[in-house]
Design a protein around this ligand. Structure first.
Ligand SMILES: Nc1ncnc2c1ncn2[C@@H]1O[C@H](COP(=O)(O)OP(=O)(O)OP(=O)(O)O)[C@@H](O)[C@H]1O
Length: 267
C-alpha cells in the first residue's frame, strides 16, 4: 500500500482524535478541564500549548483512557474506549514527558516488544528498526540495557517505540526535553514524514517557536479551558491581534492583565 494513503485508509475519513465537551479532572467536585472540544485529523500536527498547570497532561491522560471523563467523550479512530478498547488503544502511540522503560531490557528488545504489541509484520520490523537506529544515532547502544542509557537516550527509545508502532495517532508530551539538537531534528523530520503519510499528531510543548513552525493548528489551554484554537490567524484574532507570532499571541491570551482568555473556536 502507498505510504501516503496507508493511515487515511486505516482511519477512514474522520478525525483520528475527537474530543467533545470533555469535562475532567482528578475529583468530580473540582474539574480541571472545562468543556474541551477539539479534533486532530489524519495528516496534521496539532500543538497543545498552555502554561504550567493549564491542563495539558490531564487532557492527555483522558485521551489515553487513564482517566474517566466526568462528562463528554473522547473518540480515537472513531472508537470509544469502552466500546472497542482494542481499536482505541491500538490506534495510539504515546510519548510521555518522562521516559518509562524496562531497566533490564535492551534498546533492541524494547523495539521488538513494541513491534509485537502493535502487530508490526516481521517484514516491516527489521527495516524500521535499522532506520530508527541510524536516524536517532542509537546503533552503538542497541544492545545496552535501558538503565545504562542517558536521559536523552531513554527519551529517544520512547520516540523510536512510537515510530515503530506507526499508529494513526501520535500523542507526544513535551518531546524535546533532554534531546540533543540532532535528536530534536530527527524527531521533527520524522513527525513531518508520518504526517505526510496520513498520521495525526497531537504534540504538547512549551517551545512555541517550534510549535509555530511545525504544527498545522494550535490549541491554547488556559486554566483548563480552550482560550483559542485554529490556525495562527485564529489564535491572533482571539488575542485581539492582526499580526504577530504564536508566542506573542499566546502571551496576550494567558496574561491576565492584558485582558487575555477570550474564547475562539476558529479552524
Ligand atoms: N495527580 C493529580 N492530582 C490532583 N491534581 C492534579 C494532579 N496532577 C495535576 N493536577 C492538577 O491539575 C491541573 C492541571 O495540571 P496538568 O498536569 O494537566 O498541567 P500541564 O498543563 O500539563 O502543566 P505542565 O506544563 O506543568 O506540565 C493543575 O492544577 C494541577 O495541580
Amino acid at each position: 500500500m502507498n505510504q501516503d494513503t496507508k493511515h487515511a485508509d486505516r482511519t477512514g475519513h474522520g478525525p483520528a482524535l475527537e474530543v467533545t465537551d470533555l469535562i475532567g479532572g482528578y475529583s468530580p467536585r473540582r474539574p480541571v478541564l472545562h468543556n474541551l472540544t477539539f479534533d486532530v485529523r489524519p495528516g496534521e500536527i496539532v500543538g497543545l500549548i498552555g502554561l504550567n498547570g493549564a491542563g495539558k497532561s490531564t487532557a492527555i491522560k483522558h485521551i489515553l483512557g487513564l482517566m474517566q471523563p466526568h462528562a463528554g467523550e473522547v473518540k480515537v479512530n472513531g472508537a470509544k474506549l469502552d466500546a472497542d478498547p482494542q481499536r482505541y488503544r491500538g490506534s495510539i502511540a504515546y510519548v510521555p514527558e518522562s521516559p518509562v522503560l524496562f531497566d533490564e531490557l535492551t534498546v533492541d528488545e524494547h523495539l521488538r516488544l513494541t513491534g509485537m504489541a502493535y502487530g508490526v509484520e516481521a517484514s516491516a520490523f527489521d527495516g524500521r528498526l535499522e532506520q530508527l537506529l541510524d536516524e536517532f544515532h542509537m546503533r552503538p547502544k542497541r544492545g545496552a540495557f535501558a538503565e545504562h542509557l542517558s536521559k536523552g537516550m531513554k527519551q529517544k527509545v520512547m520516540i523510536m517505540n512510537a515510530l515503530m508502532a506507526d499508529p494513526p495517532l501520535f500523542i507526544i508530551d513535551e518531546p524535546f526535553l533532554g534531546l540533543d539538537p540532532l535528536g530534536i531534528r530527527s524527531l521533527l523530520d520524522r513527525l513531518v514524514e508520518v504526517k505526510k503519510a496520513g498520521a495525526a499528531v497531537l504534540m504538547s510543548s512549551h517551545i512555541l517557536s517550534t510549535v509555530e513552525t511545525y504544527c498545522d493548528r494550535y490549541i491554547v489551554l488556559h486554566h483548563g479551558r480552550i482560550a483559542a484554537q485554529g490556525k495562527l490567524r485564529d489564535v491572533l484574532q482571539a488575542a485581539g491581534m492582526t499580526s504577530g507570532t504564536l508566542d506573542e499571541a499566546f502571551f496576550r491570551l494567558v496574561s491576565e492583565t492584558a485582558g487575555g482568555g477570550g474564547m475562539s473556536d476558529g479552524r
